[in-house]
Design a protein around this ligand. Structure first.
Ligand code: GUN
Ligand code: ZN
Length: 439
């Protein structure tokens, strides 16, 4: 007998990209909806009054009436090794790395430390409604084991891979071109495709990798086209200047990655604030994606991401929290800052578009939209139950909204971790790894 569960609430998901004006044809909304889950996958979605009479007697019904169910959030770029330095004061990218990020990452040489931080981090992601994440660990193989173990234990979808860095960084964090290749290969063979886990080849950025190391990563990427590539690109102007000097043969920063075989489908580039039109065209042609990280770009003073130019070229874009450069693991808070970044540039992000960027759009950026991102039949039933009344001001504002588009935008603007009532992975209520309490 299949395991059947049904969930009753208001339910909203995207069918496609709602664009700049919240095209209603690209979303589906049920004010009183029922999501039917069979063996962890979506079996049906519809109006409660139509579906309730047909439910079998053994279907377990959970009533979330008064809440809004949306697909689980997807964080396209985050560093688990940086949770302990979030909110560190006063530096821009290159100095911030030296002063805060690298020292924190050195501690991950200790497997026990890596395990403890990974456990905390994954619980925090789930508590914030994030059910899939593309995660930077550190250069240490034990940090990769730590994050995959923590995600696997909770049944979470997670992508990660050993950070590669062999120059322009502290000695204690350096590998080399050969160990980058062999350790990545070993970890890939150990973890890629295990339950819900996937491997990502992860050169930190072209500042801290030699040309030989980037080429070794590119070789691995060619040998395993179904794994991801995950790195940073064109975040800060000082970084871009450094790359131009370091790789004088390159046409641009992106070109360094392209010439070393790292720009392809399933490549995800965090930030991309300083691209030109040729870069955008190449990214679109090659099927690469961008992780837009608004809180990080504001906090580190890096700049404003031009979403319109990326989308006009047809580049896949998802949203990343980029903690610890970013200031929150919460996707609602991140989307709220995304709105402001775009608004400052005369660009728009109404509520449906925000939802798209954090769910189906992000799934598309990660080439996972055949499995997650919305509630089409057969997809994995990862979802978040959002509470409209999480704070007194949200409750007051939400009461005065007229339709779901308004509600969603107010929720994005005012929401935080208190807005997350429950999180489900493959239909099951997510549990903390430490206690068997619900997230
Ligand atoms: N570029 C290279 N490494 C990092 C990092 O850890 N954080 C951010 N924001 N940018 C980077
Ligand atoms: Zn980052």
């Amino acid at each position: 007998m299949a395991d059947q569960k049904a969930f009753r609430a208001s339910i909203l998901h995207c069918l496609g990209n709602p664009g700049d004006h919240d095209d209603p044809a690209q979303v589906e909304y049920f004010a009183d909806g029922l999501l039917l889950v069979e063996d962890g996958h979506v079996a049906a979605l519809g109006e409660t009054q139509n579906m309730l009479p047909g439910l079998s007697a053994d279907t377990e019904l959970t009533d979330y009436t008064g809440n809004l169910i949306v697909p689980g959030f997807i964080d396209c770029h985050v560093h688990f090794s940086q949770v302990d330095i979030i909110g560190s004061y006063g530096e821009q990218l290159l100095d911030w790395l030296e002063r805060y990020a690298y020292p924190a990452e050195e501690a991950f040489a200790e497997a026990e430390h890596a395990d403890a931080v990974a456990e905390f981090f994954v619980d925090e992601l789930l508590r914030n409604g994030t059910t899939t994440a593309l995660v930077f660990p550190t250069v240490h193989p034990q940090s990769v084991d730590a994050i995959f173990k923590a995600a696997d234990k909770r049944g979470m979808r997670l992508l990660s891979g050993k950070v590669l860095m062999d120059e322009n960084c502290p000695q204690a964090l350096r590998d080399d071109a050969e160990s980058a290749y062999t350790q990545s290969l070993q970890l890939l063979e150990k973890w890629h495709g295990r339950n819900r886990l996937r491997y990502a080849i992860t050169p930190r950025f072209a500042v801290t990798s030699s040309e030989a190391q980037l080429k070794a990563a590119g070789k691995l990427a060619a040998e395993f086209p179904d794994v991801h590539v995950h790195t940073h690109l064109a975040e800060h102007l000082d970084e871009v200047d450094l790359i131009a000097k370091k790789f004088p043969w390159s046409r641009s920063y992106l070109d360094v990655y392209e010439q070393t075989g790292l720009v392809r489908e399933r490549s995800v580039f965090a930030h991309c604030l300083h691209l030109d039109d040729t870069d955008r065209q190449r990214m679109a042609e090659l099927g690469a994606a961008i992780a837009f990280c608004p809180t990080s770009n504001l906090f580190l003073g890096s700049g404003l991401f031009d979403l319109r130019s990326a989308r006009d070229r047809g580049i896949r874009v998802g949203v990343g929290t980029d903690v610890g450069g970013g200031t929150s693991l919460n996707m609602l808070r991140t989307l709220s800052e995304a709105y402001k970044v775009l608004h400052l540039q005369g660009q728009s992000m109404p509520g449906f578009k925000a939802l798209y960027l954090a769910t189906l759009g992000a799934a598309n950026a990660l080439y996972l939209d055949d499995r997650i991102g919305n509630f089409l039949t057969g997809k994995e039933a990862d979802f978040v139950v959002l509470n409209y009344d999480a704070s007194s001001i949200a409750k007051r504002r939400l009461k005065r909204t007229r339709d779901i588009a308004e509600k969603l935008f107010a929720l994005v603007t005012l929401g935080d971790d208190r807005s997350i009532s429950a999180v489900h992975l493959l239909g099951e209520r997510a549990r903390s790894g430490h206690q068997s309490t619900s997230i």
